[in-house]
Design a protein around this ligand. Sequence first.
Ligand SMILES: [Zn+2]
Ligand SMILES: [Zn+2]
Length: 243
Amino acid sequence: MEIQVDLHTHTVASGHAYSTLSENALAASRRGIKLLGMTDHAPSMPGAPHLYHFGNLAILPEELYGVRILPGVEANIISHDGELDMPTLYLSRMQLVLVGLHVICYPGGTSEQNTQAYIKAMENPFTDMMVHPGRPDFELDLERIAFMSAKLNIPVEINNSSLAKEKSGAWGNCRRFAHYMFQYQGPVILGSDAHYWDRVGEFSHALELVREAGILEHQVLNTSSERVLDYLATRRKIRPSIT
Ligand SMILES: [Zn+2]
Ligand SMILES: [Zn+2]
């Protein structure tokens, strides 16, 4: 399975990542990635950039080293209602909105509360994809998330970094999640979640779980940059217009 797109990468702007956009793009180009998301953490994470960072993304080139660049954000869910830590006006200007749960930014809760928060964020018209549900930081009903992914046609990530870091429990969770995704046939997306250039376009662990679960190429959105761009275009159509 060939992966052409990495939508989940961080730059120095995130505060705990160590490469520039140019370094990430060069690494992407060497790995055969055609479309690269630059998704730094939204402001509620310690060390993350100010909103002004996100307000100035339009100055970036559309392409670097032959790789198309999609600047966006990895927004944090900050409440049990699935609220995000970025004003709607800013979200409406992003080319790419990833959403996930992160320690410190989210208060924590029961499995039911966490799952509800996650699903509420999936229903947000500004959300393009959900990230790392298999991280063991918060308990989630992974079967319900896989079911909702298929129902809402929202891609949910199998995150390579969670597996590479061997966070305890991540392999078991991600393996179960991959099986549920296969069962319900929602759109799967693989993300490197690179915080350094050498991880950009690196999906070996996530691909192992995809193969194990029997997930085929047609279910994995980022096997084609055209499919990802078509999908994002359909999301742009349903975004409410904000002035
Ligand atoms: Zn990070
Ligand atoms: Zn994250």
